[in-house]
Design a protein around this ligand. Structure first.
Ligand SMILES: [Cu+2]
Length: 147
């Protein structure tokens, strides 16, 4: 009888250690539901490139799912293209809807953009169904020169 209790205690310690380890490693590999190895980037054009308008902008994503807005679930989102953002965007508020902030609600992964000649900045941000940015899924800002 005593032997059985001892075994049970050891078994419970083993199980709780296992669960604690699982929780800790989950926290290490995810930040707000986004895997640590997830990222977004502009595939093309490249930073500093001179292009003609209209220009196709291709959106890149690594280790994260892009879904239509209505189907956004935990660990999924949709792209936003920030064009010539007048100020650093707050990552704590929903992304605005205007000519500088385009939402790709149907899970599009590219856009044909018409831009005036001159320099323009582009940035990609993946947001959730509330259009709130995932902090980690913010691309580097690139500058292009439109002929
Ligand atoms: Cu959005």
């Amino acid at each position: 009888m005593e032997h059985g209790t001892l075994f049970m205690n050891k078994f419970l310690i083993f199980i709780s250690t296992f669960i604690t380890t699982a929780i800790l490693s989950a926290n290490l590999s995810f930040a707000h539901g986004v895997p640590m190895n997830a990222s977004t980037y502009i595939i093309s054009p490249s930073d500093g490139q001179t292009v003609s308008s209209p220009v196709t902008v291709k959106f890149g994503i690594r280790n994260f799912k892009i879904s239509p807005t209505g189907e956004d679930i935990y660990e999924a989102g949709h792209f936003h293209l920030i064009i010539d953002s007048p100020a650093a965007l707050s990552l704590d508020e929903p992304i605005p809807y205007d000519k500088n902030h385009l939402h790709f609600d149907s899970a599009e992964k590219a856009v044909l953009l018409t831009l005036d000649p001159g320099k323009h900045t582009l940035q990609l941000i993946v947001g959730d169904e509330e259009h709130e940015p995932y902090d980690q899924l913010v691309s580097k800002i690139i500058t292009i020169n439109v002929k």
